[in-house]
Design a protein. Structure first.
Length: 175
């Protein structure tokens, strides 16, 4: 059986496509978000995981284009021309990054490129949230969705607390 890294070139585009579907789902639920993106149609956004550990399989850049509908599409290369944006996320500690995301923490980012595009992306990050409970309610019903969401929030708090205790212990902050 071949090692996992040999599957990565096949797996990553599929994972990125699913991520783009989720992003578009969240954007589409807020019509004002898509309206704000429509004037940016044709522009490209590159999301780069900076300082990704070399011990892990490579994480390719996520390259997105803004569509005329005000949604995103995954691209193989950044579109030519001005007005693009590059977002670098500090991924030197992927576990901390993932647990921080579970806890609602914003990652450390660096943004380069068009200021207007950056402003709209900042607005999206500040104002859009995935309402997973509402999505689950359409599948399992409102009561089960509420219970699953409560379990998810409790799990997130526990994992976030464990991550904070681990970070304190490993940084020497605990006595």
């Amino acid at each position: 059986m071949p090692p996992l890294p040999s599957f990565m070139p096949l797996l990553m585009p599929a994972l990125q496509d699913r991520l783009v579907l989720l992003i578009n789902h969240v954007v589409a639920r807020e019509p004002v978000a898509a309206q704000r993106l429509q004037p940016l149609a044709g522009r490209g956004l590159v999301v780069h995981l900076a300082r990704w550990p070399s011990l892990l399989p490579a994480a390719p850049d996520l390259i997105l284009g803004v569509t005329a509908a005000g949604l995103f599409e995954r691209l193989d290369a950044a579109p030519p021309g001005p007005g693009g944006l590059r977002v670098e996320i500090d991924a030197s500690n992927p576990a901390k990054l993932a647990l921080g995301a579970l806890g609602g923490e914003a990652p450390t980012v660096s943004v380069q490129g068009d200021a207007a595009f950056a402003g709209e992306m900042h607005w999206l990050m500040d104002n859009l949230r995935w309402d997973i409970e509402d999505d689950l309610a359409g599948i399992v019903g409102p009561l089960a969705a509420r219970q699953l969401a409560q379990f998810g929030r409790a799990l997130r708090r526990s994992l976030s607390g464990m991550a904070q205790r681990f970070a304190t212990t490993t940084s020497g902050g605990a006595a």
